[in-house]
Design a protein around this ligand. Structure first.
Ligand code: 9MR
Length: 577
């Protein structure tokens, strides 16, 4: 049979700022350029042009054309027509990104633990009772899955509050760290002063005369401070690299000042489970050096930002940061044990980058030369929860008071990294600053974190090519991908609808709400296709198509604080002039 495949138009479904580049990727088998037409709401042609032929693209499996309609600058609603196909309706306007930035930040409020989620800030559908309202947790004691017997620790900690990590109810210091850092960094850059000015966002602290972004970040910082081990306490911990069996030799060490790796359920709960209905015991898992350095970094960063606003809080943050740094120096190789069920591992045994990040934050805040020897060096790619040197580099490049030589070196390293990303755009069929065929768990966050570095490079150099790179990344996340999928809920004509989440579980239960708007999916993952939906796709999808909008697809379609944070950053950046 003759298959007449029509063109498929993949485009940012949210829209475009008038002055920004505008591209659509058209999947079409034609080998010659195709005519395209932009029509307005009245069906009137406002712009015409021809595609350029991009050819076969391995990441998508598509034969691609590029339609460039940057000349469309007049605010309004439009559709693109190519080869008998018409796109959905997109908008050109100055203010397209502000609602996304605000929605993406509201995600953090909705992930708050220890407090009821109030209709006033989220609307009736997303109201819920407080989850884990008073969380006084004891350390894990007894045998873990690998047969290690943990004696526990001689205290309990009140670790109420913070954000739930993702679709689960775990609270992890490693990952809380990068997420809160990203929000705090956005505040520090000043890019979000308008969109998150006090009273703009939907959160209980709106109207308290403080920037709303900083208010939301503080919710997590306060919790991270609570995860710190009391001074002078000895705890039995595994010192040094773990062997393959996972069996650990536990040695009592002075753990004072370290941070517990996580507080989480003893066993995985089923979906749906509202936070308030979680019946599992909540346990404090052993301190780790990685968590300790995360605490040192973000508490030092918070100290710097809060100093002019709330000096007492700033002092508390700085004292905690210094104590954490000292504890990590004393205990440099205590890695997170992986033998606990019921929560994620966030295991990482390469901590040079965590050390460099913490040193950068402490140095930027205090100017103390003791931290100088440990600063990050060189171009380092995009950040991720286990790869945090770029966070320190960004701080050296953006914090005020960093000596000019160090600041300029950091800026040069970021610009060099951004140049590498732009070089990838030229090789990528979908014209995104990511040309790899490997899509990791949370790939959308890798692309958003690259966009953050590109946005910074634009700020440092004034070169509009870097902003174009940010737009390319945002376009991909918002629909310019082979699935024609907006990976963000409530945004575009084909939005994310069924993320892996224990409360937003409407796919499974009529009494559960859908996701609120502004939540980003982890995205395509062809490197760890471990969930029940991913296994059915394995070996049968092009890299950018290894994804499904299904609540059971936890390796493809979960949401997480460290993924939504760069969405906030990028949306606020694109909203800024
Ligand atoms: O984002 C994490 C990813 O890099 C890991 O490969 C994956 C498996 O360990 O875990 C991801 O983090 C999850 C965490 O462990 C538990 N909460 C949900 C997180 C997002 O899926």
């Amino acid at each position: 049979p003759l298959l007449l495949a029509a063109a498929v138009i993949n485009i940012n479904q949210l829209g475009f700022r008038p002055e920004d580049p505008k591209l659509a990727i058209v999947a079409d088998h034609a080998t010659r350029p195709l005519d395209w037409v932009v029509v307005d709401d009245a069906g009137k042609t406002v712009l015409t042009g021809r595609t350029s032929v991009g050819g076969d693209d391995a990441a998508s499996g598509d034969h691609v054309h590029v339609a460039r309609f940057t000349a469309l600058t007049r605010p309004g609603n439009y559709r693109l027509r190519v080869d008998g196909t018409e796109s959905g309706r997109f908008r050109v306007g100055r203010d397209v990104y502000a609602p996304l930035a605000l929605n993406a930040l509201n995600f953090f409020y909705q992930q708050r633990a220890g407090t009821p989620i109030d209709a006033r800030w989220v609307g009736k559908r997303w109201v819920r009772a407080a989850g884990h309202p008073r969380e006084v947790a004891a350390c894990f004691s007894g045998a873990d899955e690998k047969g290690n017997v943990w004696p526990g620790c001689p205290y309990t900690l009140d670790v109420t509050g913070g954000w739930y990590d993702a679709g689960d109810h775990g609270k992890y210091v490693v990952n809380g760290g990068i997420a809160v850092w990203t929000l705090q960094n956005l505040y520090e850059t000043g890019l979000a002063r308008r969109v998150f000015a006090d009273g703009q966002a939907r959160l209980p602290e709106a109207g308290n005369r403080r920037d709303d972004l900083l208010d939301e970040a503080r919710w997590e910082v306060e919790w991270m401070l609570r995860m710190q081990v009391p001074t002078g306490t000895r705890v039995a911990l595994p010192v040094g690299p773990h062997d393959r069996s996972g069996r650990l030799a536990l040695t009592p060490v002075d753990a004072g000042g370290m941070a517990h790796h996580k507080v989480a359920d003893a066993r995985w709960t089923t979906l749906p489970t509202a936070p308030a209905d979680d019946k599992e015991p909540r346990l404090l898992y052993p301190p780790s050096t990685a968590a300790t350095l995360n605490l040192a970094a973000v508490a030092a960063q918070a100290a710097r930002l809060w100093q002019p606003i709330d000096p007492a809080f700033a002092a508390r943050c700085l004292a905690a940061a210094r104590a954490a740094w000292t504890a990590a120096q004393r205990n440099p190789t205590i890695f997170a044990a992986q033998g606990f069920t019921g929560s994620g591992g966030y295991g990482d045994e390469t901590l040079d980058d965590e050390r460099a990040w913490a040193a950068a934050e402490l140095f930027a805040t205090t100017g103390d030369t003791a931290y100088r020897a440990a600063l990050p060096t060189g171009a380092t790619g995009e950040p991720g929860w286990a790869s945090v040197a770029p966070l320190g580099m960004i701080t050296l490049a953006t914090a005020s008071g960093v000596p000019a030589m160090i600041r300029d070196g950091a800026r040069a390293a970021i610009v060099a990294t951004a140049d590498g990303f732009l070089a990838e755009t030229a090789r990528a069929g979908y014209r995104i600053p990511y040309a790899s065929q490997t899509y990791n768990w949370g790939s959308n966050s890798s692309i958003l974190n690259r966009a953050m570095l590109l946005g910074l490079a634009q700020r440092f150099t004034g070169d509009a090519r870097y902003r174009a790179g940010v737009v390319d990344a945002a376009d991909y996340i918002l629909g310019r991908n082979p699935l024609g999928q907006s990976y963000v809920s409530g945004t575009g004509w084909k939005p994310l609808t069924n993320p892996h989440h224990r409360f937003w579980a409407h796919q499974l239960s009529a009494s559960s709400p859908p996701p609120p708007p502004g939540v980003v999916s982890g995205g395509p993952n062809n490197s760890a296709m471990v969930d029940p939906v991913a296994v059915t796709l394995k070996g049968r999808c092009a890299p950018q198509r290894c994804w499904a909008d299904d609540i059971n697809a936890y390796a493809l379609n979960e949401v997480a604080i460290n993924w939504n944070a760069p969405l906030v950053w990028v949306a606020a950046y694109l909203d800024s002039d």
